[in-house]
Design a protein around this ligand. Structure first.
Ligand code: 5AD
Length: 350
């Protein structure tokens, strides 16, 4: 086995075995890393040109009934400041976002019982009525089939639910027993079968993660074929047991972005906030390694610091939606432009 051949096969056949994945991730040298990144960037350019899709992220609630061991807004974190946005606040975020050029709004939050199906459906309908040319993406955790169906019927277009890790044993190390690996995967399958453009994804460098786990994440994405895959480095949060764990590496995250791009040429692949948090050029580097989406923060300024999934989450600087002009400039400097429109997934497999 050698990495040159593996990269060549990724480029031409978009495929990778588990053994090849483990070998590549364990042994990739600097020279071949460059080869991999160039191939991934070229593949993204072939698929999307030099256009980067933007999504306006609205963090609607920092309440969560779950207790994921890694997450700063886990239920048992007494230090977390909790807030939820009203429908009016959410609509006002959309109004500002629309004026800035956003045509996708992502409503993300913890699993908060306040946001019943009735409430979320009303919000989705209100957004779609005001902005019929926009896509609405939800990212509100595991809600089950009936809920997903109602949200879809209300007009939601997309749903993001990271699988977090494709390995059951690893999943059980990161989550309390109430959170079931099988439920997670079943919820993902439901979303796709109902018709949502579905996003899965995982953390890079999360506690106990092995190279084999990452290989399984890659194979899961290839098999499940989500329309989007969100990956970012694990970043420790001071109020969790993982406070002293190291953050996931920039290099490994970039390598994985490139491999995902090559395995899934037309997948929507964001350069995430977590990537921008561990390196000030993280998002640009992500794009140069095959990412094609960024999700600036549209949440009200006064609540941004409280949606604290991990320490030092960037929330007042260039990642923010107000800075679209700055983002455009930074993209231009590396040869890219912000795309106009909703930026739907294009199925070009046949
Ligand atoms: N570091 C990085 N990502 C995290 N997330 C939650 N906690 C952390 C952390 N400490 C990610 C999870 C979740 C998404 C909303 O944020 O992958 O799905």
């Amino acid at each position: 086995m050698n990495n040159r051949d593996i990269i060549r096969r990724l480029e031409t056949e978009h495929d990778l075995s588990r053994e090849e994945a483990v070998f590549l991730l364990n042994t990739l040298g600097d020279k071949d890393e460059k080869l991999l990144a160039d191939a991934a960037r070229k593949t993204a350019l072939d698929q999307f040109g030099n256009k980067i899709y933007i999504r306006g992220l609205i963090e609607i609630s920092s309440y969560c009934k779950n207790d994921c061991y890694y997450c700063g807004i886990r239920r048992s974190n007494r230090n977390a400041v909790r807030y939820r946005l009203s429908e009016e606040q959410i609509l006002s975020c959309c109004e500002q976002g629309y004026a800035l050029g956003f045509r996708t709004f992502v409503l993300q939050g913890g699993e908060d019982g306040y946001f019943t199906d009735d409430r979320v459906c009303a919000i989705v309908r209100a957004i779609k009525a005001r902005y019929p040319d926009c896509a609405v993406t939800l990212s509100l955790g595991e809600r089950g089939e009936q809920s997903f169906r109602r949200l879809y019927e209300a007009g939601a277009d997309r749903y993001l639910l990271r699988h977090e890790t494709a390995d059951r044993t690893h999943y059980e190390k990161l989550h309390p027993p109430q959170m079931r690996f099988d439920n997670r995967m079943e919820n993902l399958r439901l979303l796709k079968s109902i018709g949502f453009q579905t996003g899965a994804g995982f953390m890079v460098g999360s506690p106990y993660q092995t190279t084999e786990n990452l290989a399984d994440d890659l194979l899961f994405i290839k098999a499940f074929q989500p329309q989007m895959c969100g990956i970012g480095p694990f970043v420790p949060h001071k109020d969790t047991d993982y406070r002293d764990c190291p953050h996931g590496s920039l290099r490994m995250t970039l390598i994985l972005l490139s491999v995902i791009r090559l395995m899934n040429p037309n997948i929507l692949l964001p350069a995430t906030t977590a990537l921008g948090t561990i390196d000030k050029n993280g998002r640009e580097l992500g794009i140069l390694h095959g990412a094609n989406v960024v999700m600036p923060n549209l949440s009200p300024q006064e609540h941004r610091a409280d949606y604290s999934l991990y320490d030092n989450k960037i929330s007042t600087g260039e990642e923010a939606a107000e800075s679209v002009a700055l983002l455009a400039e930074k993209l231009k400097a590396i040869g890219y432009e912000i795309a106009v429109g909703r930026g739907d997934y294009q199925d070009n497999t046949n």
